[in-house]
Design a protein around this ligand. Structure first.
Ligand code: SF4
Ligand code: SF4
Length: 293
């Protein structure tokens, strides 16, 4: 089963929940950090990194001496990553999405494949779990191509040894966040019961609802704010799988980079209860999908 831990905004405790669930998960597990723009799951799980590789994307390299200025590449590229301005051929590799279309349509063989570095993928072990993360190169604007390569790596790891997967997703509801929950069996939305938290929680619920994935909520910093998120979940039939109390012990553990589920017996118990409900819900959803297949 694949569990996507997501949130409408950053700072709600998404990584805290991912790390805690990973640290107490009883089945074979791969913990994945898909928040490639700002990965921080490793700060909590402190994995032993066993391998890493650079991730690249294919981009066109133009040979002006062969270019006939036909304009086919410029017309095709919807991202304007290659443009013919008068007689001048301009390539903007940082805007390229790597579709390869311009290379396919160039009649003169003036375009050849080059590479743009996207970032790095690394993997290893964090306790009993396997660990995988992507880190976007500083200055790189597009995270989905790197995320796709992290997912390819994940599929290879799963093919070697099957396991459950917990994904720490990028925050928000933009393309990277949606991309990160696409293959999951269950989306766990982490929020806090404040007006800001609720506003972004509702946005995320609406964005991910369109994907038809089973969803559930986890309330972090329970005890602050108001009841809006609780009322919303009740009205939508969205199960709340657990609450993490707004407590000094939790704040202290977080500030020291500790995994919350390991900080106190009470928090450990709370996360074990959440993990049990997550497993139940995800297994039920996976069984339902298999029955419909
Ligand atoms: S590979 Fe695709 S996105 Fe990149 S420049 Fe060519 S047509 Fe544009
Ligand atoms: S398609 Fe090839 S020949 Fe035509 S403008 Fe582009 S690079 Fe030049």
């Amino acid at each position: 089963m694949i569990i996507a831990v997501a949130s409408g905004k950053g700072g709600t405790g998404k990584t805290t929940v991912s790390a805690s669930l990973a640290s107490i998960w009883e089945e074979p597990l791969i913990a994945v950090d898909l928040d490639v723009e700002e990965p921080n799951l490793h700060l909590f799980l402190t994995p032993q990194i066993q391998g890493r590789r650079e991730a690249h994307m294919e981009v066109p390299v133009a040979d002006e001496s062969l270019c006939t200025r036909c304009g086919a590449c410029s017309e095709l590229c919807q991202f304007k990553a290659i443009s013919l301005l008068g007689e001048v051929l301009l390539a903007f590799p940082e805007m390229c999405h790597g579709c390869g279309g311009c290379l396919a349509v160039c009649p003169a063989g003036a375009l050849t494949p080059g590479v743009r570095e996207l970032g790095e993928i690394s993997w290893g072990r964090a306790g009993d779990a396997r660990f995988l993360m992507g880190r976007l190169r500083v200055g790189e604007a597009m995270s989905p191509p790197l995320m796709r390569q992290v997912k390819d790596q994940l599929n290879q790891m799963l093919a070697q040894t099957p396991a459950d997967v917990i994904i720490d997703c990028p925050p928000g509801v933009s393309c990277p966040a949606v991309n990160s929950v696409m293959d999951s069996d269950l989306v766990l939305l982490v929020t806090e019961p404040t007006p800001f938290g609720f506003y972004d929680f509702e946005l995320a619920w609406r964005a991910f609802s369109d994907l038809g994935k089973p969803m559930a909520a986890i309330i972090n910093r329970a005890g602050v704010g108001d009841r809006a998120v609780y009322d919303f979940c009740a009205a939508q039939g969205l199960p709340i799988l657990g609450e993490i109390p707004f407590a000094r012990a939790a704040a202290e553990a977080y500030s020291k980079g500790q995994v919350l589920a390991q900080a106190t017996p009470e928090l450990n118990q709370a996360f074990r209860a959440i993990a049990g409900r997550v497993r139940e819900l995800a297994a039920g959803a996976a069984a339902k999908e298999a029955a419909h297949a």
